[in-house]
Design a protein around this ligand. Structure first.
Ligand SMILES: [Zn+2]
Length: 563
């Protein structure tokens, strides 16, 4: 215990030192030459992660030039169908790096370098680490153009600044200035009974507090009665000037009877810890209400470094017969603040609503590995896949596995194995394990097969089903016809779709030579750009092969003419 305390003091001391170690505030200039308006802020709560940068709105357009915010060199380029899409990483001589994601394309020599590598590897998706001398940039150089590539829901630039250990930092600390005169907004405040005997308003279940807006703009919660060890949570967001986007807040601090109890600060985190967001938020509430409540306490299996101060892990113990005040202060980067006061009356009155626990046959100890068999399915849950011990409701119905409900987060992959020995051996290759989405469609889960056993990994509870996909992808040319002259075409475009398992790969050649296609999964479109200059003949025989996730393939052939 003493050692732990000492360690805590050392860590707190270390943080203090880091905070003093100032970051350069005039080194990086704005990466865009438009007013910076955000659709996402640093540390914002997202699905399974904290947002690692700023999402800068680009006026609903693509193709805005991005300027190097400082000297440096291109240290990494990644082109991917999903995630960051076309991403660019610049290393700066002061030890920091900057990241640009969802680009439409790269600029000049960078674009040329990427294309060369894509043709060498015969792949649209590439990851490249050029030498420091290969692609140097000077402050103000155009390095790329904004877009909407990868898993981006609308045109914007995702911009990050990372420290020497590749930890994303809040770009606003570096002087990237976002005008903000509005206070953060509060959605809801929750109170949680923690200890066995604890209760709030005579209930042992989480309680949503009723908030009353005060004349000074702050909130006061209706007085609660409580007993034992309890904690609180808040759902809050921030809006900056010039847009109504709901972005994340910068800092939350709580006090109990005047003493600081808990502090979350969104200045820096590491990618290894980002999935612990699911431990930090009230996951059950999020799945049921689509609003993320941050718990203002640290439970077991929550190593998050964004929690920068805590007394008793942020929990409070209410004493019977005493009145006390708990306050929550939510602050944005510009220091706009909103306060919430929760008056508490300590009272061990009779519990009217005992804790609701749905008991099942399958109680899982979080720190132990567990194997469970149901019907033709078996589920393997490695140790520490779950954050806490819990009952799971698991049932098999024929080819469907009801694997609890997506109201409990999973940290590490669990394995679902299904016995497919009742299938015809020739169909085994076309089977996969799908997760039923909200529409009831079996969304493909990477599936491997050993004999007549199929296995899939997942980090989401829900319904899984064994599905046979025997339909090959469909391929249609969008902007040309077989046998026609298309000298004026700047591109070749194809619509590619697949029922059930989805597109896995595609490859095209013209007169036997590989041509580079860009895949936009959001539009189901493949595009070839004639600027590549690899098509020089007048008669061209095109062959495009598209393969789905279980290996069904379609070959599309056409001839076109150009001069
Ligand atoms: Zn982003």
């Amino acid at each position: 215990m003493k050692n732990t305390l000492l360690l805590c003091l050392l860590i707190i001391g270390g943080l203090g030192l880091q905070a003093q170690q100032s970051v350069p505030t005039d080194y990086f200039s704005n990466p865009l030459d438009i007013p910076l308006i955000l659709s996402g802020s640093f540390g914002e709560l997202r699905s399974n992660h904290f947002h690692s940068g700023l999402d800068i709105k680009t006026q609903q357009k693509e193709g805005l030039p991005i300027y190097a915010p400082a000297d440096g060199y291109v240290s990494r380029i990644k082109v991917a169908h999903y995630g960051y899409g076309k991403a660019l990483y610049i290393q700066h001589p002061n030890g920091y790096s900057t990241v640009y994601a969802h680009l439409q394309k790269y600029a000049g020599a960078i674009e040329q370098y990427v294309k060369e590598n894509q043709y060498n590897k015969e792949s649209f998706e590439v990851e490249l680490f050029p030498d420091a001398s290969r692609l140097t940039v000077n402050k103000g150089d155009i390095i790329g153009y904004t877009g909407n590539s990868g898993s981006s829901g609308g045109p914007h630039l995702h911009f990050e600044i990372r420290d020497g250990a590749s930890r994303p930092m809040n770009p606003m600390l570096f002087g990237i200035d976002i005008p903000d005169s509005k206070k953060p907004l509060i959605n809801s405040v929750m109170a949680y009974p923690i200890s066995e005997e604890a209760h709030i308003n005579r209930s042992q279940n989480p309680v949503k507090l009723r908030l009353m807006l005060q004349k000074d703009g702050s909130y006061k919660a209706e007085k609660i009665t409580a007993h034992g060890k309890i904690g609180f949570g808040v759902s809050a967001y921030d809006q900056q000037d010039g847009a109504s986007n709901k972005n994340g807040v910068y800092k939350i601090t709580t006090h109990y009877n005047g003493t600081e109890s808990f502090k979350v600060l969104f200045e820096k985190f590491s990618f290894d810890e980002t999935r612990y967001l699911n431990r930090f938020i009230d996951y059950y509430y999020w799945m049921n209400n689509k609003s993320r409540v941050q718990k203002l306490f640290r439970e077991a299996n929550n190593p998050l470094s964004v929690i920068t101060n805590e007394n008793e892990n942020g929990f409070i113990t209410v004493e019977d017969g005493f009145s006390s005040n708990y306050t929550i202060e939510v602050t944005d980067f510009k220091g706009n603040v909103i306060n919430i006061t929760v008056p508490i009356e300590g009272s061990n009155s009779e519990i009217l609503e005992p804790k609701t626990v749905a008991k099942t046959d399958d109680f899982i100890y979080a720190n132990q590995a567990t194997s469970i068999s149901k019907g033709k399915f078996s589920v393997y849950i490695p140790a520490n896949s779950l954050y806490e011990d819990t009952y799971l409701d698991i049932q098999a119905q024929g080819d469907t596995l009801l694997l609890h409900e997506d109201v409990i987060p999973i940290h590490k992959n669990i394995t679902i194995t299904v016995d497919a020995s009742n299938y015809d051996p020739k169909d085994l290759d076309r089977l996969y394990v799908g997760r039923l989405n909200y529409r009831g469609d079996p969304y493909y889960n990477t599936t491997t097969r050993k004999g007549d056993k199929l296995s899939a990994y997942t980090r989401t509870f829900g319904s899984y089903v064994l599905v046979a996909d025997t339909t090959a992808p469909s391929v249609k040319a969008l902007n040309f016809d077989d046998g026609k002259w298309i000298s004026k075409n700047e591109t070749l475009r194809f619509k590619i779709t697949d029922d059930l398992s989805g597109i896995s790969s595609y490859r095209a050649t013209v007169n036997g030579k590989f041509i580079l296609l860009e895949y936009d999964y959001k539009k189901d479109v493949l595009t070839y750009d004639f600027d590549d200059g690899v098509i020089t003949d007048s008669e061209n025989n095109l062959k495009l092969i598209v393969i789905d996730n279980v290996g069904n393939s379609t070959t599309f052939e056409a001839t076109f003419f150009r001069k």
